[in-house]
Design a protein around this ligand. Structure first.
Ligand SMILES: [Zn+2]
Length: 131
């Protein structure tokens, strides 16, 4: 391709023109810069899954059976899934926002980790309410 500024031929993958320094593949530059959201999404996604897995301990100790009335049971259920839900909601928002500019390993990981967290959250919530 040719530089729009100086007109000299430059490499297709060049981010700046080696002749005049003009910025070329701006989208490529943007996608490199915006990986931060994908990385944040992946980290929060991992935290969500880890917290969710820890949350499954409630199914072995069954201490929530002490909360007999509906209101305190639902309070316990929300308390159990709160942290991982918040992590997963933020993670999936970041992942989706970055995926609009292009998919990469980080935002894909963040997206699917959030989905896994949501599945665990739903299982735990209904398990607590159903007992
Ligand atoms: Zn140039």
């Amino acid at each position: 391709m040719y530089c729009p500024n100086c007109g000299k031929q430059v490499d297709e993958k060049a981010v700046v023109c080696i002749n005049c320094g003009c910025a070329l593949n701006f989208n490529q530059l943007l996608s490199k810069k915006s990986r931060g959201k994908g990385i944040a999404s992946m980290v929060l996604g991992i935290l969500g899954v880890v917290y969710s897995l820890a949350g499954f301990s409630i199914l072995t100790d069954l201490s929530f059976l002490n909360y007999e009335d509906y209101a305190s049971r639902i309070g316990y259920a929300i308390g159990t899934v709160l942290f991982q839900s918040v992590f997963a909601i933020i993670a999936i928002c970041l992942a989706i926002s970055e995926r609009k500019e292009g998919k990469n390993g980080f935002n894909t990981a963040g997206f699917w980790l959030s989905i896994v967290t949501f599945i665990f959250v739903v299982i735990q919530f209904f398990a607590i309410m159903a007992y």
